[in-house]
Write a protein that binds this ligand. Sequence first.
Ligand code: DAH
Length: 346
Amino acid sequence: MGSEAPLEQELEALLEEARKGFSEASSALGLEELRTKYLGRHGALSGYFPRLKEPGLAPEEKARLGRKLNQVKEELETLLARRRSSLASTAAPVSSGEDLTLPGTPPAVGRLHPLTQTIGEIIRIFRLLGFSVVEGPEVETERYNFEALNIPVEHPSRENFDTFYLETPKPFLLRSHTSPVQIRFMETHKPPFQIVVPGRVFRPDAVDASHSFQFHQVEGLCVAPGVTFGDLKGVLTAWAQGMFGEMSRLRFRPHFFPFTEPSAEADLSCTLCQAKGCRVCGGKGWLEILGCGMVHPAVFRAVGYPKQTVGFAFGMGVERIAMLKHGVEDIRLFFENDLRFLQQFP
Ligand code: DAH
């Protein structure tokens, strides 16, 4: 009995040392080294098994020592397995292959739509020229969209194929231009004033590369004693040079609008070839960009202004200007919300 006790004590001490070692192991590799040291084929524990075969060992001592050895071995294996799984769970994020030192993914930042940017640029320049910005409703009555603007009942723009009428109540429609805001503003303000009116307009046009059932305009109106067609030309030319560059020129061609007299269409010298003629302007040198004129006396009459009132007005299409400025060839691109297009306008 006396000789058995030290052996068992030795095993106890070995177990204690191994417990401490396992609990302090901080990596799978370190743990594997400890496994080899205690449980490996040439490890500490394996040295005890041959002793079971030593001659002169009483059968009951042999049995006791065998039980003890197995008990120690089992406990070491259990401790090892537990430590292995706890190391694996804490090490998971790093061992999953993600590099935590890489910079993060920046959140996508929004930007203004190219048409909003174009409207902003158009009115920024008019503000520098002394204009204020005014807006009006998209749903209008026939009086504001047509009558007060001197557009007679037989005018084609009043036909169903040129205007969206709302089913009920009948007299309402989606405005076909921003000109009705001229009337709304004059009804509530006295001259002198100069305003620009950005906004969306609607026409039942079939959609193609240059037509859309909705588009945008910027309307202009200046009413002040003594203003002339010369002022109109000066203001629009200054605006065009701010918008398209100092080399830009405008050419005015006689035209007809019911709400102005005289009326004109203005062409911009081609931004690419400076009016020499190229692919962009179709060899013509000029690009049509707006309508304008001196406000018709019938319009002033409709809002109750005195007979001697004078003023000029103009209206331009925003999509057309954006297309000219950025070389966009299809109006539909503005309305499809395709980020590959929109992200090109930072
Ligand atoms: N309202 C016209 C249109 O939609 C554009 C226009 C032309 C507006 C001449 C004006 C103007 O104020 O003077 O076609």
